[in-house]
Structure formats: C-alpha cells, structure tokens
Ligand binder design. Structure first.
Ligand SMILES: [Fe+2]
Length: 321
C-alpha cells in the first residue's frame, strides 16, 4: 500500500456496500444494445422490456449486472442529453444497512429518491459529477421468478424504515456463471467502474463517505475503492486537460485466460473490433465498445497485489485498476 498517498476519509461511510452490483446506462437504441451485452459481452437476458426499450442482463451474480434505458425515455430520473452513464449501483448486506445508512446520510443533508423495485429496495442520489448512485439491498426475489414475471409494475413507492428493516442476507451467495458457446466473450460478472474526474478529491470523498467504499490502493493521481468483499469496485483517476471528466469504462471478469484469448481471436468473425488488448504481467484483457461507445473491459488478472498497482503511472494503471 502506498502509505504516503493514502487518502484519509473524514468519517466512516454511511453504508457498507459489499460490491458494485450493476451499471445502468442511457442508450440510444434497444436492439443493438441488447445484442451487444448479450451476444458480445455474454450476459443473459434477465428481464427485457421492449415496450420501454429497457433491458436488464446478468450472469447469475445478481438480478442484473447491466441495465439500460433509452436516454430520451420519459421514465428517466434525471434529464439526459444523450447516451452514457445513468447510475452505478452498490449492493448492501441487508435492508438494515440500507435504512440505517439512509437515515444517517439524510440527517447529514444528503437527499435521496427511494423505490421498492421488488427485487431490491433502492435509494438514489448523485455523485459530485451528477452521475446517479443507487444503493440497494436485495429482497431475495429474482426477475426469473414467476411471481415477478406476473407483476404489472416493477417498482412501487417505498418509505425506508416504515416497516422494521430485515437483516436477512438476500444477495446471491452461490454464484454459478453460465457460459454460452455462441457468445463472443463470456463475462462472469461486473467487477467495477472507472471514472475520470476533474473534482478528484470531492469524488473520492463522496464514494468513501457517502457510499461507504474503502480505499484499496492509492497511486499518483488515482485511487481504487472497494466494498467489503475487497474488490476494486470504483476507481477514480484525476482528469488532465487532455482527458476531461467522464465515465471511462466498466470491467467484467471472464472465465479464464484461454477462454479470453479465444474470444479475442474470434472477434473479427463476429464483426467486433477489439479497441485495445491488454497483455500485462498484471492482467490479460480486451476492450470493446458498445453501439453507443461505452467501453467494456473483459479481463483475467494474472497478479492482484494492490501495492504493485499503486506504483504504476496512471496511464498504465487505468486499464489495470
Ligand atoms: Fe439500478
């Protein structure tokens, strides 16, 4: 660990997330997006909503690793001006952590929208860049459950704490990813999101103090933050004049390196361009772009020591975070 550069949060976070649960994107077109995340990335179609152009795809680790909705939909939580990041979502242990954290954050002045999505209780706010943040606890219901499929509405109003919150651990405890030979890549689960920020300290402090992630490693001009499972769930890199604030990419683990090499070799036959290949002592990876230009890194780690990552230049570390 790079002790000198280690950020010092002013307070413990309001929540204690286990991990990043999903990324939700604003998209321009439903069918090309569905094909990309299903047939190229290799996620399963959990619950698609053609009528509203929305999709929710997963590979068994949670109800969805990726959600998407048209950027100009009438049901968006904030006005979007085009495709891009809608929100990052963080999975908690249970509803108790959600309700207690909500009450503490609210008392400190953070405002939230609250929703019962039936698969999860969720609260929503915004990071210093206006990126949506969702913090949720699973209910134990799945999109695949017959009870869910029969529902006419997938969300209902929710008042945190109106009922005594449950301490049941209802997240997926036995992740068995599915592998479909027909898809190009075989993502096992979402493992993180990488942000570039021109308000680096404010963004870092927000994810530490409000969301409750903890610093895993801090390098020169970057920090990797993780939940209680110890992953690098959100990495933040300081913006430079030539690299302004943005949602840089999201990353997914795949089954193994042999599988990944075969996917890269087959990309051309799927009409997919591998924008960047990573063949580094720390990681083998491939970056592909969604129809709207969202970067997806599919990877297998070869070395995973946080201290070694902290010594790298940010330009190199951004693909290894
Ligand atoms: Fe979400």
């Amino acid at each position: 660990m790079n002790e000198m550069a280690q950020p010092k949060p002013a307070a413990a976070g309001y929540f204690s997330p286990r991990r990043i649960g999903h990324v939700n994107l604003y998209i321009s077109e439903y069918e090309p997006s569905l094909r990309f995340y299903r047939d190229v990335v290799g996620l399963c179609d959990g619950w698609t909503r053609p009528a509203i152009g929305g999709g929710f795809l997963n590979n068994g680790a949670t109800h969805h690793d990726i959600g998407f909705i048209p950027w100009n939909s009438s049901v968006t939580r904030k006005k979007a001006d085009g495709p891009g990041l809608n929100h990052l979502a963080f999975e908690l242990e249970d509803e108790v952590d959600l309700v207690r954290g909500y009450e503490r954050a609210k008392a400190a002045g953070t405002t939230f929208q609250t929703t019962d999505h039936l698969v999860a209780w969720s609260i929503y706010s915004f990071d210093p860049h206006g990126n949506g943040i969702e913090i949720y606890a699973d209910s134990g219901l799945s999109f695949a459950d017959a009870d869910f499929q029969k529902l006419k509405r997938a969300s209902v109003p929710w008042s945190p704490g109106a009922q005594p919150p449950s301490s049941d651990k209802r997240y997926v405890k036995d992740h068995r990813p599915h592998r479909d030979d027909k898809t190009l890549f075989h993502a096992t689960k979402l493992t993180g999101a990488v942000l570039v920020s021109d308000a680096f300290e404010a963004a870092r402090d927000y994810y530490v103090q409000t969301v409750g992630l903890q610093p895993i490693v801090a390098g020169r001009d970057f920090v990797c933050l993780g939940g209680t499972l110890g992953g690098r769930d959100v990495s933040i890199f300081r913006a430079k004049p030539a690299a302004p604030s943005l949602f840089h990419h999201m990353h997914f683990s795949v089954f193994d390196e042999v599988d990944l090499a075969q996917s890269i070799a087959k990309a051309g036959s799927y009409g997919v361009v591998v924008e960047r290949e990573i063949d580094h002592p720390r990681r083998r990876g491939a970056v592909v772009k969604s129809p709207d230009g969202a970067r997806v890194l599919l990877y297998v780690d070869r070395a995973n020591d946080a201290a070694g990552l902290g010594r790298l230049a940010p330009e190199e570390a951004i693909w290894l975070a």
